[in-house]
Design a protein around this ligand. Structure first.
Ligand code: G4P
Length: 530
C-alpha cells in the first residue's frame, strides 16, 4: 500500500504537441522560466544548442538540423511538480511522437493563430482522443496578424471534432494586439510586450465595467467590438464544464504570445487547476491506482545508442503508481526476472541527472542492456501483472528492404530486429513467405534514413530500399478470417507482422472502402496491438 499521496497528487504530467513552428519550444521555455528551472528562457533550448541532439550516431539529425529525439522536462511551480513530455517537432516525426502521448495524462496543443489546425496537429490529436485525455489549446502568436477568432475556434471544432470553450478572448492581433478578455473574471488583461525572457511584467487587469479606463487603454473601437464578441460568445460557445474537459470532450482555449511572454502564466495557472493528477492505468488485473498501489511503470520509448562507444540503450518508463526507490528490486514482467533498474536518470534536454527516487507521474530513463521492449511492465517483485499494451501506430510509408551483401544475413536480421524492437520501424513480411522478403513501415520517412545509417554504422550491413506505393495499413480485427477468400482491390497487398497477424496495405482510402464493401463483416483497424 503506497503512502506517498502528497508527492503523487502534486504531479502533473503532460505532453506538448503542435505542428512544427507553431511555438512549442518557445512556450516550453517560458513554462520553465516560471518554474525557475532556468534563469533566462532560451538557455535550455535555444534553437542552435538545444534541439538537444543527445546522440552521436544521429549525424542525420545534425546534417538536417532537426531532432528525432524527445525529452522530458521537470519543474515545480506553485506547489506542483510538472513533467513536460516534449515531442520532436519536425515533419518527419516518428512513432515515438505518438507513444509519448501514451505516457501523458493530458496534452497541450499549440496552434499558430495565423494558420489554424495543421496536418501534424490532426494526427497527434487523434491519439489523444483515442485515450480520452484532456486537451488544452494555446493559440499562439497573437502578436502577429491572426485569423478571425471565431474561425479559429470553428476550425478546431470541425477539423478535430472537439467542442471548444475559450477561457479568454483576444482583443485585436498583430500590431493591434491589445490583450485578452478573461471571461470568468470579467476583466481585460492588457498586452505588454515584455522583453523576451523576463517574467510577465506590466500586464494590468481592468474590469470590463471600467469603460473609461478601458477606452483609454484599448480604444473605443476595440472595446465596442469586444463587447459585441463577448455577447456572441456567451450565446454560442460551449459552457465551461470541468468534467467534459477531463474526459477529453471539451478543450479550453487560451490566446497569447509565447515569444513576448504574454498569456503564458495565465495559461499555466488555469491549466494546473483543470488538469488531472496522475491517472489510474488499465492492467490485466484491473485499474491500477497511482496512490494506492506500490511501484509500477511501463516502457514507452527506447532510445538507442545515446553513446555510440557503449552501444547503450535507454528505456524510458512512465511511473504509473507508487514510489520508485533505486535500492529496491523490481520485477520486469515480460522478461520474467527480478532485478535492479540500472542507472535510473532523469533526462532533461541534454542533461542527465541520476535519480534515487521518483513517483507516479514521473518519467525515468534506465540503462537497458537490450532486455526491454516498448510496452513492458515493471512492478514490485511480489506482483505479476501487465499494463495494457501500447498500440502500434499505422506507418504511412513502406519500402522493401534488400541486402547488398547476402552473406551478411545474420547481422542484417539481428540489426533490423533490434531496431524494430526499439520501435523506430515496423517490420512486415510477404503473406506467404518468411524473412527472405522484408517490408519496412515507418511513420515518418526520415526513419528510412535512420535505418540505413544505423545498419551500416552499427551492424556493418548495407541495404537498398525500394519504395512501395502504399500509404495505408490496416490490421484485421476478425479472428476467424480466411485470408485467401478475402477479395480486395487489385492494388491491395496482404502482408503479416512478426507475430503472424495478417494486415492489408492500401494505396488510397478508396481501396479501403471498396475492400470493406466487398467483404461483409470485415473489421479493419488503424491501430495494432503489441
Ligand atoms: P516549434 O517548437 O513549435 O517548432 O516552434 P518554435 O518555438 O521553435 O517557434 C518557431 C518560430 O516562431 C520561432 O522563430 C519563434 O521565435 C517564433 N515564435 C514562437 N512563438 C511566437 C509568438 O508568440 N510570436 C511570434 N511573433 N513568433 C513566435 P524563428 O525565427 O524560426 O526562430 P528564432 O530564430 O526566433 O529562434
Amino acid at each position: 500500500m503506497g503512502t506517498y499521496a502528497d508527492e503523487i497528487n502534486k504531479r502533473r504530467t503532460f505532453a506538448i504537441i503542435s505542428h512544427p513552428d507553431a511555438g512549442k519550444t518557445t512556450l516550453t521555455e517560458k513554462f520553465l522560466l516560471y518554474g525557475g528551472a532556468i534563469n533566462l528562457a532560451g538557455s535550455v533550448k535555444g534553437k542552435a544548442t538545444a534541439r538537444h541532439a543527445v546522440s552521436d550516431w544521429m549525424q542525420i539529425e545534425k546534417e538536417r538540423g532537426i531532432s528525432v529525439t524527445s525529452s522530458v522536462l521537470q519543474f515545480t511551480y506553485d506547489g506542483f511538480c510538472i513533467n513536460i513530455l516534449d515531442t520532436p517537432g519536425h515533419q518527419d516525426f516518428s512513432e515515438d511522437t505518438y507513444r509519448t502521448l501514451m505516457a501523458a495524462d493530458s496534452a497541450v496543443m499549440v496552434i499558430d493563430a495565423s494558420k489554424g489546425v495543421e496536418a501534424q496537429t490532426r494526427k497527434l490529436f487523434k491519439v489523444c482522443v483515442m485515450r480520452h485525455i484532456p486537451i488544452f489549446t494555446f493559440i499562439n502568436k497573437m502578436d502577429r496578424d491572426a485569423n478571425d477568432t471565431f474561425e479559429l475556434l470553428d476550425d478546431i471544432e470541425k477539423e478535430l471534432g472537439i467542442a471548444t470553450c475559450p477561457i479568454n478572448w483576444p482583443i485585436g492581433s498583430g500590431k493591434n494586439f491589445k490583450g485578452v478578455y478573461e471571461r470568468a473574471g470579467k476583466c481585460v488583461i492588457t498586452y505588454a510586450d515584455t522583453e523576451k525572457g523576463t517574467k510577465e511584467g506590466h500586464a494590468t487587469r481592468i474590469p470590463i465595467g471600467e469603460t473609461e479606463t478601458l477606452t483609454s487603454q484599448i480604444g473605443e473601437d476595440f472595446l465596442a467590438s469586444l463587447t459585441d464578441e463577448i455577447e456572441l460568445l456567451d450565446g454560442a460557445s460551449a459552457d465551461y464544464d470541468l468534467e467534459k474537459i477531463q474526459a477529453g470532450d471539451l478543450t479550453p482555449v487560451f490566446f497569447g504570445s509565447a515569444l513576448t511572454n504574454f498569456g503564458v502564466e495565465i495559461f499555466l495557472q488555469h491549466f494546473l487547476k483543470m488538469t488531472t493528477t496522475p491517472l489510474p492505468r488499465r492492467a490485466d488485473i484491473g485499474l491500477i491506482d497511482p496512490v494506492e498501489h506500490d511501484f509500477s511503470a511501463f516502457v514507452f520509448k527506447i532510445q538507442a545508442n545515446m553513446n555510440k562507444a557503449h552501444r547503450d540503450r535507454i528505456a524510458f518508463m512512465r511511473i504509473c503508481s507508487g514510489r520508485f526507490d533505486v535500492n529496491e528490486e523490481v520485477r520486469h514482467v515480460q522478461g520474467g526476472r527480478v532485478m535492479r533498474l540500472s542507472q535510473p536518470q532523469q533526462i532533461m534536454a541534454d542533461e542527465r541527472k541520476i535519480l534515487s527516487e521518483a513517483y507516479a507521474g514521473d518519467i525515468i530513463g534506465v540503462f537497458d542492456p537490450g532486455i526491454f521492449s516498448i510496452g513492458d511492465t515493471v512492478c514490485m517483485p511480489g506482483e505479476q501483472f501487465v499494463y495494457e499494451g501500447i498500440p502500434t501506430f499505422a506507418p504511412e510509408h513502406f519500402a522493401r528492404v534488400r541486402q547488398v551483401d547476402t552473406m551478411k544475413r545474420k547481422q542484417f536480421v539481428k540489426g533490423i530486429m533490434q531496431i524494430a524492437q526499439e520501435g523506430a520501424i515496423q517490420i512486415f513480411q510477404e503473406f506467404n513467405t518468411g524473412m527472405e522478403e522484408i517490408i519496412v513501415g515507418v511513420v515518418g520517412v526520415l526513419q528510412f534514413d535512420v535505418l540505413k545509417y544505423r545498419l551500416e554504422n552499427e551492424y556493418n550491413v548495407e541495404i537498398k530500399l525500394e519504395n512501395l506505393p502504399y500509404e495505408y495499413i490496416r490490421w484485421i480485427e476478425n479472428k476467424d478470417i480466411d485470408l485467401d477468400k478475402l477479395t480486395g482491390t487489385s492494388d491491395m497487398k496482404k502482408i503479416k507482422d512478426l507475430k503472424d497477424n495478417p494486415l492489408l496495405l492500401f494505396v488510397n482510402q478508396w481501396s479501403i472502402g471498396m475492400t470493406l464493401e466487398r467483404n461483409e463483416g470485415l473489421i479493419l483497424s488503424e491501430f495494432g496491438r503489441t
